[in-house]
Design a protein around this ligand. Sequence first.
Ligand SMILES: [Zn+2]
Length: 449
Amino acid sequence: MNAALQSSLAVTGCIRGNLVDPVVLLQELIRFPTENPPGDVRACVGFIQEVLGLLGIDSTIYARDAMRPNLVARLPGRGVAPPLLLTGHIDVVPVSGQRWTVDPFAGLMKDGFIWGRGALDMKGGLAMLIAAFVAMRDSPPPGDVVLCVLCDEETGGQNGAGFLVDDHPELFAGVRHAIGEFGGFSFDLFGSRFVPIQVDERQFVGITANIFEAGGHAALKGTANAAVSAARFVQKVSSLVFPIVETVPTKRMLRTMASSVGPVASAALRLLGIPKVAPLIIRVLGDRASALSSCMASSVTVTMIQCGTKRNVVPSIAVVEMDARLVPGDSLENILERLRKLAPFGTKFTVHAQPRQKSETDMSQYERLEALLRKEYPGVIPVPMLLPGTTDARHFNRLDIQTYGFLPVAMPKGMAYMALIHGTDERIPVEALHVGARLIESYVSGYQG
Ligand SMILES: [Zn+2]
C-alpha cells in the first residue's frame, strides 16, 4: 500500500459517522513520534487538521518555528455564554534510556489499555478533547469553543501556548476558562480514592547565583576558592525548608480529604492545614505526604553547578543554577532574602521569571466539574489540586484565563498514574477515553461562564 493511501485510511479510521472515535484517534496520534526534544510535530498536527477537515471543521496553523506548529479551531456556540478554551499539547517526552515492554510508538491495544508514549501525557487527553469538540458541532454549546492543539509544552511552551498568548491574544478574546491538563486521574490514599482537578500551579522561577572568590594557584594553601564557597552554599540551600502557605485550593483539598478518611488520617490531614504544625505532620507521614506537601510550600532546588577551568587553578567564580517554585501568595523577595542570607559575601543573584497575572485562583467552575465526577464515579472523591510543577496553564494565566485540569482517567486500583507519565509502559484504560470525552462534552454543553 502506498504511503498516501495508508495515511488517508488512518484519517478515515478515526471517524465514526459524524464523530471522532477517541480510542482510534489516540492510537494514531501515538504513532507519530513527537518526542520533544526535538519537538517536530508537523506530521501529527497535519493529521489532526485532516481529520477535522474531513468532518467539515476548518482549522488554522500558527507557528513561530515551522517545525513546531499549533492548530486552532473554533466552533460557533449559541452566543449565550462566553467562549471556552479546550487546550492540550501534542509533544511528548523522549523514551531514550527507558525499557519498554512494547513499542512505545505502535499505539498498541492490549489488556484493555492503549499503550505508548503520550497515552496519559497527554495525547489521551487530547483525543478526549478533540472527540468532545467534534461531538458538539451538531448541537452548539452555549458559547463558542476554541480548540488549541499545542506544541512545545514539554520544553516550556515558548513556541506553543507562550507564542499564541504573546502574538495572537485575539484568538482568546473573552475567554475566561479553559479545560486542559493536569488532573482527572484517580489515586488512592488512606484507603479512599481521590480525583484531583488542577486549579492552580506553583510559579516557576529560575535563579542564578554567581559566587566570587579571589582564586589563584592551586599549590598555595588558603587561596579563597569559589568551588568550596559554592559547595557550602549548595549544602545550605538543599536543607532549606520553606513555610507552609495557606491557599484556597490546598485548604479545600485538605478539608475534603479529611472528611472522607478514617479518624487518624483525618486528624493528620486537618493538622496539615495548620502552617505551624504542618512540618511535623509531614515528617510523620513521610512518603504519603510528599505529594501533598510539595504543593503547600515554595521550594528551591539546585540543578546545575559550573565552576573551574583547569586542575591547577583555584576558581574565582562559581555559577549555581536553581529551580525555584513559588506557591501562590509567597513572594519572590522572601525566597531571595533567604538565599542571600546563605550566600557568601558579594554573591550576585539573577532571576528569570515570567510574571503571574492572576493572583487569586478562580474556583467558579470547580463545583460543576466535581459534580460531574461524583456522578460518573460514585464513591470517588474529587479534590482541587495546586500542581507542584507547571503546565501551559501558566501562559494562559497571563491572559487572565483560569485553566482546570480535567481529563478524567479512572486508573485500575494499585496502578499509579504519576509513575506512568514520562515513564516506562505509559498506558491508558480504553474505557477512560470514551468516558472522558463524554464528561468534557457535558461540561462544555452546560457552561454558563
Ligand atoms: Zn503534559
